[in-house]
Design a protein around this ligand. Sequence first.
Ligand code: M6R
Length: 613
Amino acid sequence: MCGIVGYIGKAGAPAVLINGLKRLEYRGYDSAGLAVIDDERVVVAKSPGKVAALSDRARSEWPEERFETCTSGIAHTRWATHGPPTEANAHPHLDGSGDIALVHNGIIENYRALRARLEGKGHHFESDTDTEVLAHLIGECDKGDLFQAVCDALHQVEGTFGIAVLCSREPERVITARRGSPIVIGVGDGESIIASDASAILAHTQRVIYLDDNDIAIVTADSVEVRDLNNIPVTREIAELGFDAEAAEKGGYEHFMLKEIHEQPECLANAIRGRLDFDLGTAVLSGMGTSPRELAELDRVVIVGCGTSLHAGLVGEYAFEDLADIHAEVEQAAEFRYRNPIIGSRDMVISISQSGETADTLAAVREAVQKGAFVMSLCNVVGSTIARETGRGVYLHAGPEISVASTKAFTCQVAVLLMMALKLGRGRRFSREQGMRLAREIETIPELVERVVAQSEKIRKIAADYADAEHAFFIGRGPMYPVALEGALKLKEISYIHAEGYHAAELKHGPIALLEQGTPVIALACDIPGRDKTLGNVEECRARGARIVGIVSEGDFEVAECMDDAIYIPRCHPLVATIPTVVALQLFAYHIANIRGCEIDQPRNLAKSVTVE
Ligand code: M6R
């Protein structure tokens, strides 16, 4: 995810900004840049790649005194969303006059319309970004008062932003604002530091002001004045940070995995935002680059992926068949390439990969391209190899996933697959009303997940009773079967407990022989079709001494009574329910691993991106 740093004070701004960016590196990014005011001009340095490359460039290209005399500036680490990670797309972006510089986190949803309007007025753009459009819009609104120009521009913007703005005319102030993307202002001694997260501030002060949505602040070296977008002053208290730099990188969470689990409501909102058309009851996924006719003519969807991405694909299989009435198959990417699969031009091959670099998935993509299939990708990392080679697809917008154990990528993958299935379904048998209903269900996903994340402490208490287990079984039916596989994968990879996921009906065909007194069985038994049969399977396990943790629907006390422990998820559409259910399993695995003292973020033998076959 992108990072923002701004500085105004008495120290040399370039070094402060670069150090601040280094504190944000953990978030993941692919280019960086900074702007300072020197001799009444905005000067910018940008570089693809790491902050160190940016620092080298500024040191080699800028005069040395600039590092001492320039005391205000803004900086950014960019994680590409609109356009590849090039120098041109890196922030800061300038307005048309070059007097105003902007760094921005978030997504300006109406940037295309704004860009067209500004181009009509003669503006010329050098990047693919939504941010440059906002910079030009601020310039267009500028009548001599930067603060007012920023307010006027933000009134025209749809979407999310955390921004910092610098203007050569007003070197003694930086303007910052937020809506949906965090901004925190460090109040130092004769200096102020603006950042998208507190880790960039800790070296300077523990005293901070958190902006709320639609706040805009005028920041000088000695003051912070917060107003709303209508220029009405608002009061924001100064708070103490109360945590150290290491904790701050993880946003105060003990592990990246826990942070990423908690981030899911926000990530899912980002993955879904702007992609549902409630009037037409469909999804708007322009990256798929397909016409309704092409979609209607498809014979089959084939999904390839590995690990967690494969499990998301298995949920997708249910979604495509159920919602889009199209034959769907899922293949382990590693197998696909060597099996000489029968694939043709009426097949849509969807490759799923968080990193976009997994070797087996990439090989499957190349094989599908060779065979003339309609190939698309569902990646998180923008500009990754799979995303580039497929050329079509949908990005997750989940932000960087640092923990080796994938969490937020899975839930965003499933959410995007549901939207893809909705889009295909509308071209086939789904009516407008059915589409509208499903779109409304998908829209609620972030809130459903929020309600599960809020149960983390309760889940920790349940997990404590199972932390000594040597084996565990996860069972589910229908779309909950792949969720059982994913729950087992999460538990085994971070806690080193041997865990297996099974279709609930399969247990009695062999694995039930392994059940002993007290063996944990995690039963995915929420109130969707198949619940009663799953309950029957639960009874079979109980009869053999297993201890049952049930994932059950809120208010379903009849089922909860069959369980030794119950974790409740909100009632929702059966396919949507896979998402809150897996979040409960992620928390269950996390807490068990933590209680066992495991190395959670980097489990033994595992790599985040598997680039070998
Ligand atoms: O980057 P990808 O989604 O292609 O990675 C695929 C798997 O290596 C990955 O999902 C792996 O299974 C996870 N670490 C599991 O948590």
